[in-house]
Design a protein around this ligand. Structure first.
Ligand SMILES: Cc1cc2nc3c(=O)[nH]c(=O)nc-3n(C[C@H](O)[C@H](O)[C@H](O)COP(=O)(O)OP(=O)(O)OC[C@H]3O[C@@H](n4cnc5c(N)ncnc54)[C@H](O)[C@@H]3O)c2cc1C
Length: 1075
């Protein structure tokens, strides 16, 4: 037959690095800007893109592009670089060697595409560091020239930005890092509570957010401690900056992924330690979690190497043991047999995704954003939600019927969501939101520490609170059919609406005799068993709706299509999903369009393996047994790992990233056996199955621009009205992905979800191809549907290195089980998607778990982040109070280093603090400051590039209706639980507001839409006049400068001053920022 069976363990899948970032793609790579690029030089195009998140982040792309293929992009220039073909072409990289780099060179770790020879890698405000790096490629083995390191308050805060704009960018950066910009992460809270006051929380958050701003602006360049210190407004806060920096660094919020990091250990110290022993960390598994962990460990050992060297040890070595002959694990892009006639950019091979395929949004915290778009600049294709559904007989389902049934499905889903577990709460402290919004520090940050206040009877300040989450609450974003993990309950639900009322509002016709107060009672299933499932409960809901509405077989097929979509997202039949916890990750979805990687998702794990230097991975080294010792007083290595190929490895600690399916299978034995709490959770958690039938054709017979199409399945008994008749078949080819734009050849991927995934494991390839072809024939008749030229069928359950597809929350899974999975046991650490409760079953979740495990390993070796005491020095009274010039500038802007600087003394190389800048420079700067003062006093700040209107009608509506919906939801929760004190969760309230908005008449919506439109018009008008206003401002500034110099001649002549402009006048730099 025509089919080829490809297994995820194929030996011919051995790594071929030639396909990794082939040199022919150089022009597509993101420009590895230093953090400097926020201050373009004069005559450079105005690239300071400060309008909205897109302008801030490298991920911006041209929305006007005619193609949806996008590349990572570092600046707002992308629009001007849009080619006719619609690709967003980058300028040739000035710093990438133009001669061809051979694969061998790349493999040998020679300076490859990521060298940036002529670019400084730090801010221009830190000339010493620039010197240290300019002209030479700073490799991880070259220590930073330590004697040149300098710490200067404010040096990482661009003067060109108003404080509000700076704050806005910093807040967005925190949100893009999954951190709440206005409150401490619970771990930060624990770390700091004994050391800082409530007011200092605000200072800390301002610094922390500003450090994240540096990182998110350009993750091709690591953030240094000096740059982090430059985020403090006063050197007294250098200690806070240091803690923030180390916390972000260790926990993988900055300097993660494929970025070169500086080695801070002196050459002499390292030479001395060379002869000494080093510890060994084994990472088992080279999937996204293992690679993420190993890469981050390497980075931390390089950046924090001094901690080991000072103890006479070398930094630990990291070895990855991988059973397969390739990296990526469940991210596997199988190369197609026929590579000719590819329609994707040169240098990318034609592949089919056997495992992960969709990046579920880059915005709002996806760590892969930095890696895919910011570091590796891998092209991707944005998916459009333009699904059409075919019925089982090949007819296209009417859109209005599809929408009607979808509303009904969401209504039942949301009625079932009342039984959802409440999210755990964590104690934390908030900063002063208003100050943070305006980029200000409190004027007085003294007082008692947080812990002192908490243990005293003194009433806590308003911002000392317990909070359930560490990320900003965000409204639900609308129903989507786009498959992928982020299938969320997006339509709102008002629990006070009876089923009949809801159905009428949706547009359903009622059966005769249905009274308006008739509603659903889901308690019979939800409360009758200890382990209720989502499927049983929803099917009961559907049955009850059938009593009210005349549901037809096609409606049942449509409802079951939605079940199949949930079964895809959860890799399990809905009857195996826990009612209370199946969507425990709700609220953590990312934002932005879903995308597919062009040329294969596996480029991402390959990048992590190879960039910036190769990780030590031992392929075909499957682990079969782990002997370990939890006794801390034990001498020698704590772990011995035995492999099926006979190799034995001794290690001090290991990070186990093998899939939950592998752990469940018992193919790895533990000596002693894992404790009950760990074995128990492995058994309780669900590990499900999803399979794919991939068909490659010579020519597309479908619409090439439609990214996917759905297919309804008939019940076991034709035209059945009984839900249970649909369960076994509903997931068969229920969705086809059209991968023509990403795989390089006309390729369809048919998803086999729920029970159908198991069916695919048992059927022969030929049977499956025949079945899928038959379905396609009906869908595309009278077109001729040829047989595929190549077929790939996945069977993830049979794969011994996966034993299934991904984890799900089964009926016996308990709240918090993902965290128990993540918990380490002695020298054994655990990572992998099934250990990431916030983003399970995803590539990004796996990656995040690797970062978490790396932080745990480091902490277990060198202890928690050290905090100096006092962390914030008391204000030093100056002998002379700072004088203010008539125009508001401060002559003492560059004060001598004070005691606060000592916090960072250990990083200053020879231990000495830097001297004052010379008095000549001070005088010049003071004079310039007076000029700037005169300009600002007369004409104010230079106009800032306008941002987006940022007004959203739904958010305005939410503001008004939140209290009403909250009250209603609280009542419903009380009724459902019988607990008079029960309160609805924020998610419930949000969904209720969502529904109300969706159901609202045009009249109700109008005022909100009008306000939004007005704001948008104003923003557009403001943007249109921006250029003129800037030109006028520049002219006036030039005039004021001249007048000032004429009237107040500076000592030593004025030639240069007359012709120069400060950064503020150019809207770019930062020197002489007003304080
Ligand atoms: C069909 C399918 C579709 C998916 N679609 C998406 C999607 O669209 N979007 C998304 O975000 N996620 C998707 N996922 C989920 C995603 O692929 C996984 O969550 C993620 O890749 C898991 O990474 P991991 O590092 O935890 O595990 P893995 O990638 O499985 O890595 C574990 C590694 O351990 C190795 N290993 C196993 N046993 C041993 C042993 N005994 N000795 C040594 N090594 C061993 C394995 O070979 C593997 O390399 C999909 C998964 C599947 C299967």
């Amino acid at each position: 037959m025509y089919s080829t069976f490809a297994a995820s363990t194929d030996a011919d899948a051995l790594e071929e690095s030639a396909y990794l970032f082939n040199q022919s793609q150089h022009e597509f790579l993101s420009v590895p800007l230093s953090h400097e690029n926020e201050h373009p030089k004069p005559h450079a195009p105005a690239t300071v893109a400060m309008s909205g998140l897109n302008g801030l982040m490298y991920g911006q792309y041209s929305e006007s592009s005619s193609s949806s293929i996008q590349y990572g992009d570092t600046s707002s220039e992308s629009q001007s670089r849009t080619s006719k073909a619609g690709f967003i072409l980058q300028k040739p990289l000035p710093y990438v060697k133009t001669e061809t780099i051979s694969t061998q060179e790349f493999m040998a770790g020679s300076p490859g595409i990521f060298s940036y020879d002529s670019k400084p890698s730090s801010t221009p405000e830190l000339p010493q560091i620039s010197e240290a790096t300019s002209g030479t490629h700073r490799s991880s083995t070259d220590p930073v020239k330590r004697k040149t390191i300098d710490f200067r308050a404010n040096s990482s805060i661009p003067a060109a930005l108003s404080w509000e704009e700076f704050a806005r960018q910093s807040i967005l950066a925190a949100e893009s890092s999954r951190l709440n910009p206005f409150s401490l992460h619970p771990e930060e809270y624990k770390l700091l509570r004994e050391h800082i006051t409530h007011a200092q929380v605000t200072v800390y958050l301002n610094i922390r957010n500003a450090i994240l701003r540096l990182w998110t602006k350009n993750p091709l360049v690591c953030v240094t401690l000096e740059e982090a210190s430059g985020c403090a407004r006063d050197k007294r806060y250098f200690g806070l900056a240091k803690v923030a920096y180390h916390w972000l660094l260790r926990n993988g919020y900055i300097n993660y992924g494929c970025v070169e990091v500086p080695n801070t250990t002196g050459i002499a110290a390292r030479a001395k330690a060379k002869t000494s022993r080093s510890k060994t960390i084994l990472v088992i598994g080279a999937g996204m979690s293992g690679l993420g962990c190993a890469r981050h460990l390497e980075g931390l050992f390089t950046q924090l190497g001094e901690q080991w060297v000072s103890r006479g040890e070398q930094p630990p070595q990291v070895i990855v043991l991988e059973g397969r002959p390739r990296v990526g694990g469940r991210v596997y892009s199988h190369p197609l047999r026929n590579q000719s006639g590819s329609n994707i950019p040169l240098g990318h091979r034609c592949t089919a995704e056997m495992g992960a395929q969709i990046v579920t949004g880059f915005e709002h915290g996806n760590p892969l954003n930095a890696i895919i778009r910011g570091q590796l600049a891998i092209p991707y294709h944005g998916l459009r939600d333009n699904t059409i559904l075919y019925d089982h007989d090949g007819t296209i389902v009417d859109k209005s019927q599809d929408t009607l049934v979808e509303k009904l499905y969401n209504d039942i889903l949301e009625r079932a969501s009342i039984y959802r577990n409440k999210p755990a709460t964590f104690r934390t402290v908030e900063g002063d939101r208003n100050l943070i919004l305006f980029g200000r520090d409190p004027s007085d940050s003294g007082g008692a520490t947080i812990s002192t206040l908490e243990s005293s009877n003194t009433p806590l300040p308003a911002n000392a609170s317990t909070s359930a989450s560490t990320t900003e609450e965000k409204p639900s974003s609308g129903v989507e059919k786009l498959a992928g993990r982020a299938y969320q309950l997006t339509a709102g639900f008002n629990p006070n609406i009876s089923a009949v009322e809801a159905a009428m509002t949706m547009g359903w016709n009622l059966k005769y005799g249905s009274t308006t107060d008739r509603t659903l009672d889901l308690n019979s299933f939800a409360k009758s068993t200890d382990y209720p499932t989502l499927g049983q409960t929803m099917d009961d809901g559907i049955r009850q709706y059938q009593e009210i509405l005349e549901l037809k077989p096609r409606d049942l097929r449509l409802l079951n299509w939605h079940h199949a979509n949930l079964e895809y997202a959860n890799a399990a039949n809905v009857n195996q999903l826990s009612l209370s916890g199946w969507d425990q990750d709700l609220g953590n979805e990312f934002e932005g369009e879903h995308t597919q990687i062009i040329g294969g998702y596996q480029q991402v794990p390959r990048g992590l393996w190879q960039c910036p230097g190769k990780l030590d991975i031992r392929f075909k080294t499957a682990v079969k047994s782990i002997q370990y010792n939890t006794d801390e007083s034990h001498n020698g290595k704590a772990v011995r790992v035995l492999c099926t190929n006979g190799e034995v490895f001794d290690a001090d600690q290991i990070v186990l990233t093998t899939p939950l399916g592998v752990l469940k299978s018992g193919s790895i034995t533990f000596q002693p056996p894992l404790p009950d709490w760990k074995q128990g959770v492995i058994e309780r958690m669900g590990f499900g199955l999803l399979n794919k039938v991939i068909l490659v054709y010579e020519k597309a017979f479908w619409e090439p621009d439609r990214d996917m199409f759905g297919l309804l399945n008939e019940a076991e008994h034709r035209a059945s009205l009984d839900q249970k008749d649909y369960a076994s078949r509903r997931g068969r080819c229920y969705l086809f992905w059209n991968c023509i734009k990403t795989s390089g050849r006309p390729t369809l991927v048919a998803l086999m979800a729920g029970d159908a995934a198991h069916y695919a494991e048992e059927r022969s390839n030929d049977d499956l191809v025949k079945e899928v072809t038959g379905r396609l024939l009906r869908m595309f008749a009278p077109k001729i549907v040829p047989l595929p030229t190549e077929t790939i069928v996945t069977r993830w359950r049979r794969d011994p290195f996966a034993c299934g597809s991904y984890s799900y929350v089964g009926p016996k899974t308990q709240a918090g089980d993902y965290d128990v999975m993540a918990k380490s046991h002695g020298p054994l650490h655990f990572a992998g998607e099934a250990t990431c409760g916030t983003h399970p079953a995803t590539v990004h979740g796996a990656y995040l778990s690797g970062l978490r495990a790396a932080a745990e390993v480091v902490e277990s070796m060198i202890g928690p982040i050290k905090i100096t005491s006092p962390l914030v020095e008391k204000k030093v009274k100056l002998e002379h109070a700072p004088q203010t010039t008539p125009n508001g500038s401060r002559p003492d802007m560059k004060r001598a280093a004070g005691p606060g600087d000592s916090n960072l003394g250990t990083y200053s190389g020879d231990g000495s603090q830097r001297e004052n800048p010379n008095s000549q420079r001070l005088r010049d700067e003071d004079y310039e400051a007076r000029i700037i003062g005169a300009i600002l006093t007369e004409i104010g700040e230079r106009p800032i590039k306008p941002g987006r209107a940022g007004v959203n009608p739904f958010l305005l509506y939410t503001k008004d209706f939140w209290p009403i919906c909250k009250k209603e939801c609280d009542e419903a929760r009380k009724a459902a639980t019988g607990d008079v004190n029960a309160k609805a969760s924020k998610t419930d309230v949000r969904t209720a507001v969502g529904l109300r908005w969706r159901m609202a008449t045009d009249e109700v919506k109008k005022p909100y839409l009008d306000v939004t439109q007005r704001a948008r018009d104003e923003a557009a008008a403001y943007a249109a006049s921006y250029k003129d206003r800037v030109a006028t401002w520049d002219k006036k500034a030039e005039r004021i400068r001249h007048e000032f110099i004429q009237n107040n001649p500076p000592p030593g002549g004025n030639e240069e001053l007359l012709n120069s402009r400060t950064a503020i006048e150019m809207g770019t730099g930062k020197r002489l920022r007003r304080t």
